[in-house]
Design a protein around this ligand. Structure first.
Ligand code: SAM
Ligand code: ZN
Length: 587
């Protein structure tokens, strides 16, 4: 029975709810991205620069969903061929509807046989909510974070966008959530990991918790580590030595793929990269994961070490293993033979650095990417960053599958000469009978199957036409040693008909536009006042701790040790994408 006091309480509570809701709206900014509108408190992470990352992910998963339903259809057709379908009456109507394989998939509708997606590190849930609203063919999105306040915001955002039937918030450690769902029936079709810094500590769980043929979407923002700024940290995190070479952005992607593959191999699984992108301040890879002991045996042959000349930057790959075809379509496996280089570089006489292992196979699936481009072109208004997606992905479809690249300006700077234009150097390579392409990871890059000596012959011929000052020919320097030799091939710089890549002819947005203020990886979200005062207490307690620790060491302060303490969180996040890529595209 309703009493007056109850009435009063319920009125008060309605009033409180309204006040709370108004307070809530005033406390937080609202952010609109794609179809989602979300509350975004300062204490929960948000980086608007990552819109490209989120748009691209939605474009990729949307096509993955289409393929998922196509394969369900094929399986169902095969099953129908071999067995008598149950009569209409025996199948419950609702059941049939839920499991139907529709011709046209809709977003924002729950499909019982659709994708189960986990966003392990969801912050405000923006990405998960966009998944729920924009990806057709979804069964469920679990939007997880281990920060209680973030989970609260996710819950509000789900309600606010009316997505309760598809998106579900979850509070937990991402690794634990994945371990708890690694059972055959519980695995996720798609796992998205988008942490601060490295994602490597999630790989072991992720490769187990993704379904057969499922998709991992992984960001690492510690690009500087992957690009050779701290090779020893890269080894600790990714099991490979990175090099600060001109091709470091692609090498970073290949280290990342190598690392995921080696984690997958421990569970008789292997990866197939769909798309690997190094843009802005981060790396992002999309890989499918499969199971197969036979295929896993080939993994070692897919890996290579890299010899990088410290004088002229020439590079040579050494595979770790060989896969040799035998009779009856079988294979035998053996260690690779080498080394492929002498003690000193053939071209300039300097020593080599040794990096890797890296993934030495294709990093993109061109067929898949072409379909993603077509879908984005068909709905140009869906994504705020559609133009950039089209541009970057188009360059990827043109990329040769050979690992790594030369940067034209770097070749010229070694020889202290002017640079050939993009069309001139590409023409010289093509006219010599080799292939060449750009890499999406660097302007003025030349991916080519031409051997190193051909590249240097082209540059020697260039210097003959564009002589350099004698002061640049100091004995023993790379330029003096390289230019002391005559070219062994006929070099022709006449413009080749295929020298100008299609993506360039079409004027697509292929490279990062001028960065806006605050561009870069964001550090952890700011703490509230309470959390700040707790941190201050801790800081005060620790004051002088490092100094005391350093003084205890026999040889005085160990800068490295202090450095590690100071920067562990942020290490590797400060990639300056203009280094070594400060170059404008040469025409
Ligand atoms: C970079 S933000 C995620 C951004 C989000 N994916 C987006 O697109 O806006 C990282 C989030 O991961 C959460 N996080 C960090 N480590 C975690 C862990 N082990 N398990 C779950 N969440 C974690 C943090 O609380 C933070 O909200
Ligand atoms: Zn050299």
């Amino acid at each position: 029975m309703e009493t007056d006091s109850n009435k009063c309480n319920s009125n008060t509570s309605i009033k409180h709810d309204q006040e709370r809701s108004e307070e809530f709206v005033q406390m937080f900014n609202t952010v609109k991205e794609g179809k989602a509108t979300i509350f975004q408190p300062k204490s929960v992470f948000y980086n608007p620069v990552q819109e490209f990352n989120r748009d691209l992910t939605i474009a990729v998963i949307s096509h993955f969903a289409r393929e998922h339903f196509e394969s369900l259809k094929i399986t169902q057709e095969k099953r129908n061929l071999h067995s008598k379908p149950p009569s209409e009456e025996t199948v419950d109507n609702q059941e049939r509807q839920n499991h139907e394989i529709p011709d046209i998939l809709k977003a924002g509708v729950r499909y019982e046989n659709g994708l189960r997606i986990l966003e392990g590190l969801a912050a405000s849930g923006l990405r998960s909510i966009r998944f729920g609203m924009e990806i057709p063919g979804v069964k469920e999105v679990i939007s997880n974070d281990f920060d209680q306040s973030a989970v609260e915001i996710i819950r509000k955002n789900i309600q606010n966008n009316n997505l309760q039937s598809i998106v579900h918030e979850n509070y937990g450690d991402a690794a634990m959530v994945m371990y708890q769902n690694k059972g055959f029936k519980d695995r996720f079709d798609v796992i998205d990991l988008d942490p601060y810094g490295s994602a490597s500590h999630f790989f072991d769980a992720a490769v187990q918790a993704v379904s057969e043929g499922g998709l991992l979407c992984i960001t690492c923002t510690d690009a500087a580590v992957l690009c050779g700024n701290a090779g020893e940290t890269c080894y600790a995190k990714y099991g490979a030595m990175s090099l600060h070479a001109k091709y470091c952005h692609e090498m970073g992607l290949r280290i990342l793929l190598q690392c995921i593959e080696s984690h997958a191999n421990r569970y008789s699984r292997y990866i197939e990269p769909l798309l690997s992108v190094s843009v802005d301040f981060y790396m992002r890879v999309f890989v499918k994961v499969f199971t197969g002991q036979g295929k896993v045996k080939r993994s070692v042959s897919k890996m290579a070490m890299v010899y990088n000349c410290t004088g002229c930057g020439s590079f040579v790959l050494q595979r770790l293993g060989q896969t040799i075809p035998t009779k009856g379509g079988n294979f035998k496996y053996s260690p690779a033979t080498g080394p492929p280089v002498g003690e000193r570089c053939d071209h300039c006489g300097f020593k080599h650095q040794f990096g890797g292992p890296i993934w030495a196979e294709a990093i993109h699936n061109v067929d898949f990417i072409s379909k993603v481009i077509n879908n984005v072109r068909a709905t140009p208004k869906q994504f705020g960053t559609a133009k950039r997606i089209e541009g970057v992905l188009s360059v990827m479809t043109e990329e040769l599958p050979v690992p790594l690249y030369y940067i034209t300006d770097e070749l010229s700077s070694i020889l202290h000469c002017t640079s050939p234009t993009l069309l001139q150097i590409r023409s010289a390579i093509l006219n010599a009978g080799y292939k060449v392409s750009l890499s999406h990871a660097a302007k003025n890059s030349n991916k080519t199957d031409a051997p190193n000596h051909v590249i240097w012959d082209i540059m020697r011929a260039w210097v003959k036409d564009h002589p350099i000052h004698e002061r640049h020919l100091k004995p023993g320097t790379p330029s003096a040693v390289i230019l002391a030799k005559e070219p062994t091939i006929n070099v022709n710089f006449d413009i080749h008909p295929e020298a100008n890549p299609k993506s360039r002819q079409q004027g697509l947005v292929r490279w990062q536009q001028n960065p806006e203020p605050d561009w870069g990886p964001k550090s952890r979200a700011k703490k509230t006042d309470d959390e700040n005062s707790q941190m201050l207490d801790k800081r005060q307690r620790n004051q002088g701790h490092r100094k005391r620790k350093a003084e205890q060491t026999e040889n005085g302060p160990d800068k490295k040790l202090i450095g590690e303490f100071d920067h562990e969180e942020d290490e590797g996040q400060n990639i300056n994408r203009t280094d070594p890529l400060t170059v404008k595209e040469r025409t």
